[in-house]
Design a protein around this ligand. Structure first.
Ligand code: SF4
Ligand code: SF4
Length: 224
């Protein structure tokens, strides 16, 4: 590849990815990331939560873990080496792959591509490169408009934190992207243009709560 050419990697059909991601966020399944030889997640200075239910807990030395702040006893976090790599990574292979933590199984960097943001700063450079390379396909105009709505929601969250209740909105890239995927229906509604920024922020919070209690969630795709 010419150094002037941007790398492009197929991310798959957007609507299929979105359905799987929303199911994953509800704890009902997961996505299947075509990672290839990328090891971005394993080299990017992430603290990895180890839940008591994770088989990984029996395969990771307690010396590599600290208690997870704000979590009940038994929840720990695994840190990373000085170069940002996970202690379980050797020769670019996960040494506990069959037992890797749920967080590693759930991680899908395409959520940042969906939200139109990087995964983080310089310590996430490998992931950011991948995020910028992903290209979704769109089977319908609706799928493309849905992607635009997610990007618009993420941009709003990043630039209008003060409008959210108590002036609090997610600031981490993961928090912004997850909230956008939960609440993008707000920016699909043609009436959104008539809302004040405060009303948009409140609508995002309401939509996110509805997502977390699916029986109350309005049919997002009926908003077209
Ligand atoms: S950064 Fe993305 S593509 Fe790379 S290993 Fe992680 S999830 Fe897979
Ligand atoms: S536990 Fe394995 S999959 Fe998870 S970050 Fe470490 S090396 Fe990567």
């Amino acid at each position: 590849m010419n150094s002037d050419e941007a790398e492009v990697i197929g991310a798959g059909p957007f609507d299929t990815w979105l359905d799987a991601m929303r199911e994953s966020l509800r704890g009902d399944g997961g996505t299947n990331v075509p990672c290839g030889d990328c090891r971005g997640c394993c080299v990017s200075s992430y603290f990895i939560p180890i839940r008591p239910t994770d088989a990984a807990a029996a395969h990771i030395s307690p010396e590599l873990r600290v208690r997870a702040p704000g979590q009940p006893a038994g929840h720990t976090m695994m840190g990373y080496r000085a170069d940002g790599t996970c202690p379980m990574l050797v020769n670019r292979q996960c040494t506990i792959y069959p037992y890797r933590p749920q967080t590693c199984r759930d991680y899908d960097c395409r959520i940042f591509a969906a939200a139109g943001i990087d995964a983080g700063g310089p310590e996430k450079i490998v992931i950011n490169r991948r995020v910028r390379a992903w290209r979704f396909t769109y089977a319908t105009d609706t799928a493309e408009r849905t992607h635009h709505a997610i990007r618009a929601t993420a941009s709003f969250i990043r630039h209008h934190a003060a409008e959210f209740p108590n002036g609090r909105a997610p600031t981490s890239p993961t928090g912004v992207a997850v909230l956008a995927v939960k609440s993008y229906g707000v920016f699909l509604d043609p009436a959104v243009g008539a809302l004040s920024d405060r009303e948009k922020a409140n609508a995002i919070v309401v939509a996110s709560r509805a997502f977390d209690t699916p029986e109350h969630e309005p049919p997002t795709r009926a908003l077209f």
